[in-house]
Design a protein around this ligand. Structure first.
Ligand code: C2E
Ligand code: MG
Ligand code: MG
Ligand code: MG
Length: 280
């Protein structure tokens, strides 16, 4: 009987595994096609000054409108795009799209307001490429965007597995005049030593830490310590995933300057961002 169960188990497991593999192969093929058929779009999530709610920038977040699957979330296709190397082309497309959009918004922005900044996520495969600084310089020039208006977001894991070449590339990027941000700060189990060797301007405090706020001082201690760390190092701090007013006020009390989250706005289509930036 045991033997039969085992065989039955194997028999049902195998088709499921095969289906998962088929699905993956199909998604890969669809991804390769999607760049040419304009299925990707970029949404923009406002980044605000926590004290006032003023929009100071936006983060570009890629979206895939699949012809039959509907909207596929980034976490379902970015890893595949990274494995297949397609992220290099996709990432450059997002970068160019975001720079062009930000430059257009800045041309319409009232003169008394500081220029809007745009943040773009980079993956390890992009940072591995020696031509990344040239790609970024060309995207900025073609868009007519001031380099100071672009922030490149890198995750800690990407910085930890660094080589001398990576460090040099980051300095090359900095020399263009762009800002570098550590995304999902605090989740990387890192020694923080990389903050010494990398020219970081911004830390984005991961949502998991922001979630701790609003439940009393004990729960908030670690998050507020991260905010203070950022201040001591003269880094700009952005809190990610702010959903509740209590979280916002605690961040304001701790002098965390910027935030991003559903409390203020979700990632929006360019048209929706324009309604926010340029109300009729
Ligand atoms: P991320 O860079 O940390 O972006 C923030 C994510 O948190 C976004 O998810 C955003 O929609 C979500 N978020 C913002 N505020 C809130 C909130 O208040 N509550 C909750 N529950 N979520 C919030 P999204 O757009 O699904 O993107 C997920 C991740 O995919 C990004 O995390 C980033 O790592 C990656 N990604 C997105 N676009 C790109 C891209 O163009 N290139 C690369 N390499 N990665 C990208
Ligand atoms: Mg990000
Ligand atoms: Mg993040
Ligand atoms: Mg994240």
């Amino acid at each position: 009987h045991a033997k039969r169960t085992g065989r039955d188990h194997a028999a049902t497991f195998h088709p499921a595994l095969q289906a998962a593999l088929d699905e993956r192969v199909t998604l890969e093929a669809d991804l390769r096609r999607a760049l040419d058929t304009a299925e990707f779009t970029v949404h923009y999530q406002p980044i605000v000054r926590l004290g006032t709610g003023d929009v100071t920038g936006v983060e570009a977040l890629v979206r895939w409108q699949h012809p039959t699957r509907g909207l596929v979330p980034p976490l379902d296709f970015i890893p595949i795009a990274e494995d297949t190397g397609l992220i290099v082309r996709l990432g450059e497309w997002v970068l160019r799209e975001a720079c062009t959009q930000a430059a257009a918004w800045n041309r319409r922005r009232p003169a008394h307001l500081p220029p809007l900044t745009v943040s773009v996520n980079l993956s390890a495969r992009q940072l591995d490429r020696p031509d990344l600084p040239a790609t970024v310089a060309s995207a900025l020039a073609d868009a007519g965007l001031d380099p100071a208006g672009l922030t490149l977001e890198l995750t800690e894991s990407l910085l930890i597995g660094n080589t001398d070449a990576t460090v040099r590339r980051l300095h090359d990027l900095k020399r263009l005049g762009v800002r570098l941000a550590v995304d999902d700060f605090g989740t990387g189990y890192s020694s923080l030593a990389y903050l010494r060797s990398f020219p970081v301007d911004v830390i984005k405090i991961d949502k998991s830490f922001v979630d701790e706020l609003g439940h009393g001082p004990a729960a908030s201690a670690l998050t507020m310590a991260i905010v203070q760390l950022g201040q001591s190092l003269h880094l700009t701090t952005v809190a990610e995933g702010v959903e509740q007013a209590a979280q916002r006020s605690e961040l304001v009390d701790g002098n965390c300057e910027y935030g991003q989250g559903y409390l203020f706005a979700r990632p929006l289509t360019p048209a929706a961002v324009e309604q926010l930036l340029f109300p009729a």
